[in-house]
Every structure is written in structure tokens, then in C-alpha cells.
Ligand binder design. Sequence first.
Ligand SMILES: Cc1cc2nc3c(=O)[nH]c(=O)nc-3n(C[C@H](O)[C@H](O)[C@H](O)COP(=O)(O)OP(=O)(O)OC[C@H]3O[C@@H](n4cnc5c(N)ncnc54)[C@H](O)[C@@H]3O)c2cc1C
Length: 419
Amino acid sequence: MRTHYDILIVGGGMVGATLAAALADTGLAIGMLEARPFGVPGEAPPSPSFDDRSIALSWGSHRILAGAGLWEALRDEVAPIRQIHVSDRGHFGAARIDHAEESVEALGYVIENRVMGRVLMQALAERPNVELIAPATLVDFDNAETGVTAEVDCDGQVRQLTADLLVAADGTGSPVRRRLGIHAVTGDYGQAALIANVGVSAPHRHVAYERFTDSGPLALLPMTPGPEGETRCSLVWTHRSAELARTEALDDAAFLAALQDRFGYRLGRFTRVGRRASYPLALTRSTEFARRRVAIVGNAAHTLHPVAGQGYNLALRDVALLAELVSDARRAGGDIGGIAVLDAYETGRAADTRDVVRYTDALVRLFSNGSFALGHARAAGLLAVDLVGPLRHWLARQNMGIRHTGPRLARGLPLDTIG
Ligand SMILES: Cc1cc2nc3c(=O)[nH]c(=O)nc-3n(C[C@H](O)[C@H](O)[C@H](O)COP(=O)(O)OP(=O)(O)OC[C@H]3O[C@@H](n4cnc5c(N)ncnc54)[C@H](O)[C@@H]3O)c2cc1C
């Protein structure tokens, strides 16, 4: 194990691991600290990032993953989303966004987090310049002018590691952000997401459904076929926190009946449900994305409501920009953790993050409101989206994660492309 790294990434969840993979070709010495053990080689690590959830990757994210050289390994593991169908339970009106109209193969892709974890770990295992350090917890650090000194608990042994750049990919509660005294704006939605994989009797035809109900939004995403070839969808069912326990307590048959009642029969009958898990939902937005020799990415910088499936997609754009700035600084013989890189990162991520946080937050508040008048306004809005081409196109681009382009990875180009 080294004692000095060019980059020390704290957190080996979805975002930390993707950043390490995106930077692997630069030749930089990268250390990735993860508090949980990485588990059995070739399998998904037991980090909470790689659990039973599925993630909807936007079209833009697929380009970033392609630029990072990961798409080849992911291609056969994803289910394409060809249409997005948005409806409001109890109100007339639905909006449909179709891939053909946007001239893309798919609006996005669905992948199981566990599978994503396996692919990322396989990609990292082959890289001699990337060291996975786990179980290892960052205990404390000092971010001096010239570099970072980190105190790390490596499975009971305390070690001192140094780095030119420390990246906080340590999740919503980010110990690094707290240690730096960076304020985070937070808001509790009073909601929780219940997730599970469900079997359906009708083909999903690669449609992603978002249905707003009086208790909160419900999403069903098309998945690859199950082990016995069955048609599966990934369910994200938002509940008011106070009502979650009641649904959690239902046995499988009663759960499927309740889901059928909420969603209707667009996917035929719900035939089975896999393991269920729930997540409390809150908004967290860091007021700063960088400090001296430290960059903040992913959930540590912004944790969103999953209503529009934007959290990891937004984080991938953090990864794309930071990886480009670091790689360019390295090629120019500059300081990869210097003020020029960190200022450009902070400035470059501001507008996209602000827009996505606002869009997601507005969507939750608009569709969680039971008011009669608002219900009609929503129905009119959905109808307008369905009928008005430019509005639909704007919404499609928002969901496809391509309103903000820029870094080479976001254009699907490798980091070593010139220009
Ligand atoms: C129900 C649900 C559905 C979602 N669906 C979508 C979707 O469809 N599309 C989408 O884009 N996003 C989605 N998201 C969001 C997405 O899951 C997150 O954006 C993503 O998981 C964030 O990953 P992360 O690596 O930033 O954080 P985390 O997953 O929290 O990982 C942080 C890691 O850091 C480690 N760590 C923390 N502190 C330390 C320390 N001191 N030392 C060492 N290690 C440490 C932790 O052990 C952990 O492994 C969804 C979220 C939820 C809850």
C-alpha cells in the first residue's frame, strides 16, 4: 500500500467508484477508501450504493460512461427506456415522451445497482494505478496549501496517507463536508421510497411509467428479464413517512393488490414482488463544492428526491467535469489539486446542480399537493406536454441529462481527446 496518492477518493459507492474508473487511464495514482469491505472479487461490493435498487441512467449518462470506457461492459446489462409515460392518478391527462421523436436509440437505460457495482469493481480491479482500500475509514484530515494529509483507520490500524487532491464521495452525511464546516441546505419531504422488483403479466415494451398519486409519486422502470425469463419492472413507490409502515407490513399478496389499485392495469397484473427496502427522502445541497485541495461529488454535494431519477445522473456530470479538469492539469504539468482546477470545478457545476435541484424539488411539491385546483392544473400541464412539441422536447432533454453539455466525457469522448 502506498503512502502518497495523486488523488484520494473517500467513498467507494456508485460515484466514487465511477470517478476512479473515469480517471484510471490518466496514469494518476488513485486511492479509493471505503468504510465497508469490498467483499468477494467479481461480485458487487456490499456498499449501500450497490443494493437492490435499479438506477435509470439518462441518455447523457450513457455517453459519459461510454467516454469513460465502461459502456461496453454495461451494454448487455441494461434495459433501454424507449418511452416515458407520466400520469396523475384520479385526473385525466398523460404525457408521453418518445425516443424516436428525440432521434435517439433510447431516452435512457435501467440497470440494477448491484450489477453496476460488479462492472465498476471489475473495471477497477484491472488497473494497477488504482488502489481499493477497504475496509478503511477516513478519521481526520488536514488540507494544507501544499497537499492533504489524511488519517485513515485501515481495519483497526491507523495510517497516514497524503494526496494532492482529496475527493469527498462519502454520501449524504459527508464527514468530509462536515469536517470542513461547509453548510448544506436540507429539507425533509416527510416521504420515504419503498423499492422492489416486481413481475408483471404484460410486456413492458420498454416504457418507464411515472404515476403521481395522492400519497406521492410511483415509478415503474422496465428491467432486463428475470432469471426465469419473466418480465420485471423496478418499482419506486413514494409514501408519506407516516403511511410507510402500513404498506411495509402487508404480505406479498396484499402488497401486490395495493400496488395494482394505485397503478392500474397498464402492465397487466402484478404477479410477484422481490425483496422490499425503503429509504427516507430528503433534499441536501452543499453550499460549496470545493475547498482548498478538496472537491465534493455525488450525494455528498447533492442528494435529491428520486422522483425524476436524477441523483446519479447529476453526479455523473460532476465526475465528467472533475475528471476532465484533473486530466488536463496533469497533461499540462499543472497542479491537479490546485486552485485553478477547484475553482473551475465549483463554477462549472453551479448552474446544472441549481437547475436539477429546483426541477426535482418543484416536481415533488407540485405532485404531492392534494389540492383540487392544483390537480386540474397538473392535468392541464400533462396534456400540454403531450400536445405541444417544444415543451415535450424541453422535458425530454431535461430527463435525458443533455441540457448541460461541455466536458469531453459528457460528449462521449475519452479524456485524452484533444479539444
Ligand atoms: C430509492 C432511490 C432510487 C434512486 N433512483 C435513481 C435513478 O433512477 N437515477 C439516478 O440517477 N439516481 C437515482 N437515485 C440516486 C442514487 O442512488 C444516488 O445518487 C447514488 O447512490 C449516490 O451515490 P454516492 O456514491 O454519491 O453516495 P453513497 O451511495 O452514499 O456512497 C457513499 C460511500 O461512502 C462511504 N463512506 C462514507 N464515509 C466514509 C468515510 N469516512 N471513509 C470511508 N468511506 C466512507 C460509504 O460507506 C458509502 O459506500 C436513487 C436514490 C434512491 C434512494
